[in-house]
Write a protein that binds this ligand. Structure first.
Ligand SMILES: NC(=O)C1=CN([C@@H]2O[C@H](COP(=O)(O)OP(=O)(O)OC[C@H]3O[C@@H](n4cnc5c(N)ncnc54)[C@H](OP(=O)(O)O)[C@@H]3O)[C@@H](O)[C@H]2O)C=CC1
Ligand SMILES: N[C@@H](CC=O)C(=O)O
Ligand code: NA
Length: 369
């Protein structure tokens, strides 16, 4: 069957990643429109928590500076089920781009897919929620033919999900996956406990990571280890383990006990400097052994063991020597033997994350019939 001539795009979430995605969408739309054999992309809806800009007649929204137009929109926000009804009634194929970190949006994926709407997303919540949600998502996609791609849910735009899928689909046997899976944690430890020099204050580095767009909307979701646990849940499931949830294995939290019940992320950041001495102690303990501390994760497929937390590394170790927000992910497999397949590079940031989302969108376009 030929690819559909027009494809409608709906974008939920226009924050750090969403804004970069919208400008990358402009670039690919222009490129595709220059080729008569390519589908025409029509952006028909963009929304944030309490704002929406959409075209009730399914006419493409005007190009250029969509996030400013969204901020100025006076259209009444639609609840999610109404957005899904609107998209399901579109006169051609629809791709929904979820650039939020919302569990509510993620919970709707089976419903969205079962109505023939494809999904691309960097949101980890759907694929690391309950195992039932995971099964429902892929069952809905299989029965409707809609596609679902989520490369940026692990390692931002780095080819982590696609690499693991290729290994599994071609019959290799993955024995272990390990490394640094958080851009925020990588940046924090690379700058707070560098291999050379003294490093900055922990709380100041946390603020910087947020300003650079590396953290989750609430940075506590990074510091409590849950963001890494979510990524490992996704990878473990793709490697064949039936991991029930990101809290079903040991995860070390770096949230000081005294701040565990603080109400907002802003208050948490304000009070964090009071606890800098705790992280300093951890750093000094590693230094006494001539090592540096880093936040890592691992999946031992044979033992069915997943764990997330701090470990000490020699200064010459590749994990100790990472720079900026870099992730490093090593896949040990039967075919690759003792020398793992390694993926390394920026693991957070708006542009590199949006790149994975935009590339997924292109993959869906190639596969839509
Ligand atoms: N930043 C990064 O480096 C990476 C991010 N990711 C993932 O990308 C996603 C986006 O991250 P990021 O852009 O940094 O986050 P931001 O907080 O910058 O943006 C989130 C956006 O989602 C919107 N939003 C939240 N809930 C809803 C909802 N229920 N309905 C509609 N819109 C909603 C927010 O709107 P409003 O502002 O109005 O509340 C905001 O526009 C997350 O899932 C994150 O885990 C993945 C890899 C790397
Ligand atoms: N907060 C996350 C963003 C990407 O998944 C991270 O720092 O890795
Ligand atoms: Na990725």
């Amino acid at each position: 069957m030929p690819a559909p001539k027009d494809v409608y795009i709906a974008v939920i979430g226009a924050g750090g990643v969403g804004k970069c995605f919208l400008s990358q969408l402009e670039v690919i739309s222009k490129r595709l429109s220059a080729n008569p054999a390519s589908p025409t992309l029509s952006l028909i809806l963009v929304s944030r928590s309490k704002m929406i800009l959409y075209s009730p007649e399914y006419v493409a929204l005007p190009h250029g500076d969509i996030s400013t137009k969204l901020a100025a929109s006076t259209q009444e926000p639609l609840p999610l089920p109404k957005i899904i009804d609107f998209l399901a009634a579109a006169p051609s194929k629809v791709i929904l781009v979820d650039n939020t970190s919302s569990q509510d949006v993620a919970d709707q994926y089976p419903q969205v897919l079962s109505r023939g709407i494809s999904i691309v997303t960097p949101n980890k919540k759907a694929f690391s929620g309950s195992y039932k949600l995971w099964q429902d998502i892929f069952a809905a996609a299989a029965s409707s033919g809609a596609k679902v791609y989520h490369e940026s849910s692990v390692g931002a735009g780095l080819p982590v999900i696609s690499t693991l899928k290729d290994l599994v689909d071609t019959g290799d046997s993955v024995t272990k996956i390990e490394g640094v899976f958080s851009g925020t944690m990588s940046f924090l430890f690379n700058s707070f406990a560098p291999t050379e020099g003294s490093g900055g204050k922990w709380s100041a580095e946390v603020k910087k990571a947020k300003e650079l767009g590396y953290t989750e909307p609430d940075p506590r979701d990074d510091l409590n280890g849950l963001d890494v646990a979510r990524k490992l849940t996704i990878l473990a499931r793709l490697a064949g383990l039936q991991v029930e949830s990101p809290t079903s294995f040991p995860v070390q939290s770096l949230i000081p006990k005294e701040l565990e019940s603080v109400g907002s992320g802003d208050e948490f950041l304000q009070r964090l400097p009071e606890f800098d001495a705790q992280m300093e102690e951890t750093k000094v303990a590693a230094e006494k052994e001539g090592k540096v501390v880093r936040f890592v994760g691992s999946i031992d497929v044979a033992k069915k063991e997943v764990k997330v937390g701090l470990e000490k590394f020699d200064r010459s170790h590749p994990i100790a020597a990472l720079k900026g927000s870099d992730n490093i992910i090593s896949f040990y497999t039967k075919r690759y033997g003792a020398n793992p397949l390694i993926v390394q590079g920026a693991g957070a940031g708006g542009e590199v994350t949006a790149m994975g989302v935009t590339a997924d969108l292109l993959k869906v376009l190639e596969r839509l019939t």
